[in-house]
Ligand binder design. Structure first.
Ligand SMILES: *Cc1c(COP(=O)(O)O)cnc(C)c1O
Length: 332
């Protein structure tokens, strides 16, 4: 897979480690359980957005942009890593962040938002019901009028350019699992704005690798999420020059672990965060990876995996949000 024809900014520490989770695997009866440490990409406390930002900001620099705009929830990990990347590359960063009904002191001022400020981003905080994309467009028009050169990144950095970061990750993962002589391989990943999931699917398809990718939804229904991911994976596969069509079966989503909604805690998420913390000394987050791990645990208990299978949990980061929701992990 040739990715060197796409502009790329060097931002992430790669490859991230692939580590066995021996104690958790024993607990779950999954002898070949691993974690891919994309929480350790290094940029602004790490996480999956670093890989997308390498291609997004590579493109921004190639276009001569001087100001980067993006949108997210108030506690967006994507916004935090975008702020860090812009600081490092000397670009101005403007974040349009949407409030939620959740309005504790920690939520409003700690975790990711504290880091956004530390990394020097300009924050615009809008109402829970406001249209964040429209707000970003308005601000971009204003900046253009003032002579700036804005570059806009959609929520989560999920678009064909950003998703290339996870096609690259598919290649990196395949090298690591091949070195372990692992086969068959299943990747379990959180699927939100969809780019991480889509990039992996496109990358494995391009490489002709029979790696199964299982997405655990944290917001949408299975039908919505599979359509979202397939659309992005298709576009990314096209840009990569992969053989088409992309088989529809490559995209699999489980939506049983969403609970009452985005960023709303579930009991299974709390159990997953506590179990992984206690078995592995590893910090998951309450919004994304905690729910994804509750999916892995639920599927494992339901007999979804075979014992010969190598299972890789893609840890996409998010731990800074733990400090924004300290009550989430203790209340019932
Ligand atoms: C953004 C994010 C995800 C979801 O990735 P998408 O590409 O948006 O689907 C998962 N985990 C964490 C910690 C994130 O910040």
């Amino acid at each position: 897979m040739r990715l060197d024809r796409f502009p790329r900014a060097h931002l992430a520490q790669l490859p991230t480690p692939l580590e066995p989770m021996v104690r958790l695997g024993t607990q779950l009866g999954l002898p070949r359980l691993f974690v891919k440490r994309d929480d350790q990409t290094g940029l602004g406390l790490g996480g999956n957005k670093a890989r997308k930002l390498e291609f997004l900001l590579g493109e921004a620099l190639a276009q001569g942009a001087d100001t980067v705009l993006t949108v997210g929830a108030l506690q967006s990990n994507h916004a935090r890593q975008t702020a860090a990347a812009c600081a490092r590359l000397g670009l101005d960063c403007e974040l349009i962040l949407r409030r939620s009904r959740h309005a504790t002191e920690s939520y409003l001022h700690n975790g990711n938002i504290l880091l956004d400020r530390l990394f020097g981003a300009r924050l615009t905080i809008i109402d829970a019901e406001a249209d964040r994309d429209a707000a970003m467009m308005r601000r971009a028009a204003e900046l253009s009028q003032q002579g700036a050169r804005p570059y806009l990144i959609p929520a989560g950095g999920s678009c064909t350019t950003g998703d290339l970061g996870y096609a690259a990750c598919a290649q990196e993962l395949l090298q690591q699992t091949d070195a372990l002589d692992a086969s068959p391989v299943t990747i379990v990943v959180t699927t939100g704005s969809g780019g991480t999931h889509a990039g992996l699917v496109a990358g494995f398809h391009m490489l002709g690798a029979a790696v199964r990718v299982v997405g655990i939804a944290i917001e949408s229904t299975r039908a919505e999420q599979e359509a979202l991911v397939y659309g992005q994976a298709f576009e990314t596969a096209k840009v990569l020059g992969a053989p088409l069509p992309l088989p529809r079966e490559r995209v699999t989503v489980f939506d049983e672990y969403v609970g009452p909604g985005y960023a709303k805690p579930t009991q299974a998420m709390r159990e997953a965060v506590a179990l992984v913390g206690g078995c592995e000394g590893l910090a998951l987050d309450p919004v994304y990876t905690g729910k994804a791990m509750s999916g892995l645990i639920g599927l494992g208990r339901g007999g979804f995996f075979s014992t010969e299978e190598t299972i890789v949990f893609l840890h996409t980061g998010g731990a800074p949000a733990l400090f924004a929701y300290p009550e989430t992990l203790t209340e019932n």
